[in-house]
Design a protein around this ligand. Sequence first.
Ligand SMILES: [Zn+2]
Length: 283
Amino acid sequence: MTDLGGRIVAQNLVLLPKEPAKAIPAIIAGVRKLITANADKTFVGIGISLPGRTDLGLQKLIFAPNLNWPVLSFKPRIERATGLRVEMDNAANACALSEVWFGDSDGNHDLVVVNVSEGIGSGIFANGRLLRGENGMAGEFGHIQIDSNGPLCGCGNRGCWETVASNRAALRYFQEAGGSASVQTMEALIKLAQAGEEHAVKALETMSVYLGRGLRMIASALAPREIIVVGDITSAWYRFGPVVEAEFKINSLSKGPRLRPSLDGNTARLRSAVALVMNEGSI
Ligand SMILES: [Zn+2]
């Protein structure tokens, strides 16, 4: 829950059951709890940012290799249950709008947000609006093949950028190097690296090199003024940002854009959902 300036004033973390059928009631209960606890406030709407692509009318889920939920039923069910307007979009698009609404950006320059989590999604804000492309598919840089012999990707291809530069890739590098099997999350891996554990540092450095390499392709393709990275890796940007940046700046074409981390990943993603509500009607 945020105010109109995007400042988070309350939040409620809900651990969702694995079964999709049980997840929606849990989400609705979480929303209701927030509304009840803040009954003196007026609510404008609910934003949902998704790790996948839907068409603009939310009639079909176009592309969501890392999502097994029936997300299209979310909007009507949550609207019915809460009586509030629900806006839903791809997480990276939402983060791009969030930078325009709440971030440093003045909304007058082109920017790309790269959302690094399980996979990698990109949101492109160009010429004053989101660039959506045919079927809303613009910006799937995460599924450009970097290595034809690389790991199998959720999209069915091999060696996509996200298979070598996402959180999942970093955890894989760590395990392959003989790192402790008890480290299962990116948060734990980053903590370990910050404590100086060698395999963890190396895994995150490898991920960072691949991240920088892919960002170079975005700079060459779109020439934005800024590229903003969202994700867990930004919590250790002081350590791994320079690795990303060094790889990014190798090309003459990628010297132009400013590369920066967003606010911490959670805040950026939470705000992005609110930006969807704020933006409704202007895209
Ligand atoms: Zn892929």
